[in-house]
Design a protein around this ligand. Sequence first.
Ligand code: FES
Length: 184
Amino acid sequence: MCRFDESTNRVAAAYYAKDDPGNPSLADTVRPAALENDKIESIIAKYEGKPGALIHVLMEVQSENHWLPKEILSAISDRLNVPLSRVMQVASFYKTFSLTPKGRHRIHVCNGTSCHLRGAGELLNSVQELVGVKAGEVDADARFSLETGCCLGSCTLGPEMIVDGEHHGRLSSDRAEEVLKNYA
Ligand code: FES
């Protein structure tokens, strides 16, 4: 129960499995932007024909796009001459890489025991309402992805939320709204 969603590839496997043309999903609103992104094309072009650069390409695309759609992984496979099975193996091995859609800004709300006792449930409800998605989801504009996780290591500051690596403690619903306004 107490884990970050991106830490398991089963989530990605489930996501890929349900992703078929007859089943439009959130990814359909996220992928076109990735496929039309000139920066991603230039990243792949920079390493064309260089199989040894696979991790570099994946890291740069992850940084640019925040996750790795399967069409992009196929393009990387073709252009770097690396079997798709190898690309998938590397992309699913490292936690740095995400095979599920992520927003430009990543929100983690702590649901550890201490934060729970200090009102994490109420905070999570407020954040879900503010960003319009539930934990484990990304919004249609790919602005925010929301996750919950166990203790973030600063229990005395609970309830706590991290946005893009920045800790925000003792958060009320009003304060959470103020914080999230800073992330476009
Ligand atoms: S329980 Fe939330 S930071 Fe420790």
